[in-house]
Design a protein around this ligand. Sequence first.
Ligand code: NDP
Ligand code: GDR
Length: 372
Amino acid sequence: MSQKVAFITGVTGQDGAYLSEFLLKKDYIVHGLKRRSSLFNTDRIDHLYQDPHIENRNFILHYGDMTDSTNLIRLIQEIQPDEIYNLAAMSHVHVSFEMPEYTANADGIGTLRLLDAIRLLGLEKKTRIYQASTSELYGKVQEVPQSETTPFYPRSPYAVAKMYAFWITVNYREAYGIYACNGILFNHESPIRGETFVTRKITRATSRIALGMQDKLYLGNLDAKRDWGHAKDYVRMMWMILQADEAEDWVIATGKTTTVRDFVRLSFAEVGIELEFKGEGVDEKAYVKSCSHPDYQLEIGKEVLAVDPRYFRPTEVELLIGDASKANKKLGWECQYDLADLVKDMMQSDLHLMKKDQYLADADYRTLNYYE
Ligand code: NDP
Ligand code: GDR
């Protein structure tokens, strides 16, 4: 049988990197869409890089952008993919309030551009497409846990753009018979999660604080609750969704929810530091209560966390908890990582990275000190 061909948009992102690894292991030829940038932006996939001068490569990158139809049509014509995974997006909820029009264009209309390219090129029967939909669609709480039948109530320009993408995917499936599916994925994290999402911001800062490289962590809403899984479990499900007999929409989640505050507690616990939270709302702070790890000794009573309202969102999603029983039953999908495994994995990786940073700083090399 000939090798399957996949086209991944957003290949340089967290999920794009894990999905590329996963598909290459399954002997796919993987094509990825990357944006032109003034600096290298392929850190997460550099280990998969293949010299363009060698023949028969199975990992091939192309320049492009979700806002450029001609580019997408040409690439899909050239690649003739069996499967498209549309992971590209301006994916930061808070930033989408600053860039609503661009977010609508890339995340909403970008999806239409891909679907319409399939139709225009007559690939309706050949090419299957996965759309990266999101638990942000549920927004304001209507029902818990949230499943495929829970109504949507988006609460950000990002979620509204993703709602257009969700429905245009359903529409092209129904109107043109394209095998097009939405994976409604709840938050999933990993050691290569973008540094400005809350989990990674916390594990990076916890590592730096434990190593004496940073005094304090500033966060926004500590009460928000998220259903956090590991990205490695979730990319496996993206593939399973496109192998199912019928094109459908699927919720992927762990079924457990945790506050941002408890994620902070768990991260500090990984370096043996117990925290005490005091105060409420914008006045809430966290202090070191005890240190049990010989390598990470901070002053007892030291303030290590404060709330900064700049991280509050104009409209917030307070509670997400998913019901993935359809995927569990029909596709046999199950998580291999729980929250404790996830926090451990992220903390181990960030401690290692921050120690490297510290080493470079001690040797008088300039280090990047930006932590939003
Ligand atoms: P990331 O932010 O890590 O990656 C996003 C990717 O999209 C990057 O490769 C980025 O490129 C690329 N991208 C952004 N804008 C454009 C554009 N205009 N044209 C082409 N490429 C673009 O996201 P994740 O990997 O975490 O998420 C993958 C997808 O899944 C996203 O669509 C996200 O909205 C969605 N999702 C994510 C969840 C999560 O918890 N991680 C949960 C549910 C849905 P560059 O590297 O150059 O910035
Ligand atoms: P989210 O992820 O908005 O759920 O979107 P994020 O990690 O940004 O926020 C989660 C919750 O933490 C609260 N929070 C903070 N968030 C950030 N980024 N920075 C802070 O300092 C901070 N303090 C508190 C937020 O208010 C929020 O309630 C992610 C993205 O990956 C989307 O692309 C994806 O669709 C959804 O997950 C599912």
